[in-house]
Each structure stands twice: as structure tokens, then as C-alpha cells.
Design a protein around this ligand. Structure first.
Ligand code: SAH
Length: 254
């Protein structure tokens, strides 16, 4: 029998298949419509800050994940970013940044002011924060993630046109020397047993901190701390809001 073995498709077929496969998803993910739809779903859920939602409408989340996961980038889900870490769920990013914006200082100022993010990861939340803060410092302990985020944010700068490019540091966010306070807003994307004292010290009067912390009964909850000046004395007023699930805050650089 004269059978022709064809382990690969003809080049012409492969090219037309590739065009069919790549073009629609590429166009779909790059179009603002897909981001607007994701944010609209969040908006309908209520209690989120409008400035945060508008900042999220501008940031292409699919550019922060592996291309194989890009089709899921506009679902409300955490996705792996390598090194055992995840990109946070859009609804959780929106909630944490909304809590920051509700702080007294942010309300008076009309913005987050000088902001510190602990746990840059892939850089998605940093890109959203860069549209809301007057200055952003973001620290990451895993070198490869820090470098990836640097590249992505540099590539997005012309498109998003931040007044100030975020400052990304390869550093342990728990150590006091890693960055210089004071900050008006502090947000952590990793949860520890408690809020490190260094973060409280770095929080400016009128400032607000939002971070997941371990709860005595197990599980994590979002914790909000306000640095309040009363009669010239500093007080750190703490409240626990809803339960969450974040990757752990770890020590040291890798
Ligand atoms: N902000 C990211 C979420 C990243 S997950 C987003 O936009 O989705 C949290 C990140 O915190 C991980 O990348 C983890 O490596 C980092 N992390 C954990 N402990 C840290 C520490 N002590 N200092 C700095 N980064 C830390």
C-alpha cells in the first residue's frame, strides 16, 4: 500500500489553523471590552471604590500571566504565576484597594499618596496601584518574580502613562531596611501571623494599612490598621474584616 505518512500538517494548513486560533483570542484579550466586562461584574457586586474600578479597567491582566492561562485572565480567579505564588483574584484586589481608599487620609487627600506594596508577584496589583498612588514602592522577595514584574511594568509604562513609574525592589518586605517610610498607604499581598511592627512604624499619621493575617481560630482575615493621631499621640486602630486566603508571608530573599 502506498501510504504517505504525514506526522505534521502541511505548512499552509498550519498557518491558516494558527491564524484561526490565535487571532480571535489575541484580539479579544487586548480589546478594552473584555476588561470593562470583568470590572462591570465587580461593580455590580457593590461596595467597591469607583477610582479603583476605573484603574482596573485600564490594566490588561492577561499580560501578567503565562500565555496558556491568558484566556482565564478576566475571570474572577487567582492563577499560578510560578514559584508557588499566585496573581490575586480581581475581586480581592478591588476590595483591598477600596479599603485603602476609604481610609481617612486617602479620603482627605483624594488618593492613596505614597504607597508601599509587599509582594509584587507578577506586578498586576502594582500596575493598578500606580494609577491610584502619588508614588509606589513595591517589594518582592523572589528574584525571578521581581524581574518579570519589572519587565512587564516597563513595557506597560507608555500605554498606561503613569506620572511616576513604580519603584520595584527585590527585598524582604518584613525587614525594616528594605524600604524607607513613611507611607500613607500600605498593602500586603501575603499573610503572616501578625502585622510586622516595621509596617506600623512605616505608616504615616492618617495612613492606612490593609493586610491578611492569621486568625487565632485558624484561617486568614483581612486586617485594616489606621494610624490615628489623638492629642498628639499615635494610636494604631485595628479592625478585622472578612476572611481571605493569601499565600504566606515568608522571610529572606530567594
Ligand atoms: N501582588 C500580586 C500578588 C502576588 S502573591 C498580584 O498582583 O497578584 C504575593 C507575593 O508576596 C508572592 O510573590 C510572594 O513571593 C511575596 N512575598 C511573600 N513574603 C514576602 C516578603 N517577606 N517580602 C516580599 N515579598 C513577599
Amino acid at each position: 500500500m502506498n501510504r504517505v505518512l504525514r506526522p505534521q500538517r502541511l505548512v499552509s494548513q498550519a498557518v491558516s489553523d494558527a491564524a484561526r486560533l490565535v487571532a480571535p483570542s489575541g484580539i479579544g484579550l487586548d480589546s478594552p471590552g473584555v476588561r470593562l466586562r470583568m470590572v462591570e461584574r465587580l461593580r455590580r457586586g457593590g461596595r467597591l471604590d469607583e477610582a479603583v474600578l476605573q484603574a482596573m479597567e485600564r490594566v490588561p491582566r492577561h499580560r501578567f500571566v503565562d500565555s496558556a492561562l491568558a484566556p482565564q485572565a478576566y475571570e474572577d480567579t487567582a492563577l499560578p504565576i510560578g514559584h508557588g505564588q499566585t496573581i490575586s483574584k480581581p475581586s480581592v484586589v478591588a476590595r483591598m484597594l477600596s479599603l485603602l481608599r476609604e481610609g481617612q487620609g486617602a479620603q482627605q487627600r483624594g488618593g492613596l499618596g505614597r504607597t508601599l506594596e509587599i509582594g509584587t508577584g507578577c506586578g498586576y496589583q502594582a500596575a493598578v496601584l500606580a494609577g491610584l498612588a502619588s508614588e509606589l514602592v513595591s517589594v518582592e522577595r523572589i528574584l525571578a518574580l521581581h524581574q518579570g514584574a519589572l519587565q512587564r511594568l516597563a513595557a506597560l509604562q507608555p500605554e498606561l502613562g503613569w506620572a511616576r513609574t513604580p519603584r520595584l525592589l527585590h527585598a524582604d518586605g518584613q525587614s525594616v531596611d528594605a524600604w524607607r517610610g513613611p507611607f500613607d498607604s500600605i498593602v500586603s499581598a501575603a499573610g503572616g501571623d501578625d502585622i510586622p511592627a516595621a509596617w506600623l512604624q512605616a505608616l504615616a499619621p492618617g495612613g492606612r494599612l490593609v493586610a491578611p493575617t492569621q486568625q487565632a481560630g485558624g484561617g486568614q482575615a483581612l486586617t485594616v490598621v489606621d494610624h490615628v493621631l489623638s492629642g498628639g499621640r499615635s494610636e494604631w486602630v485595628r479592625q478585622t474584616v472578612e476572611g481571605v486566603h493569601f499565600v504566606p508571608l515568608r522571610s529572606g530573599l530567594v
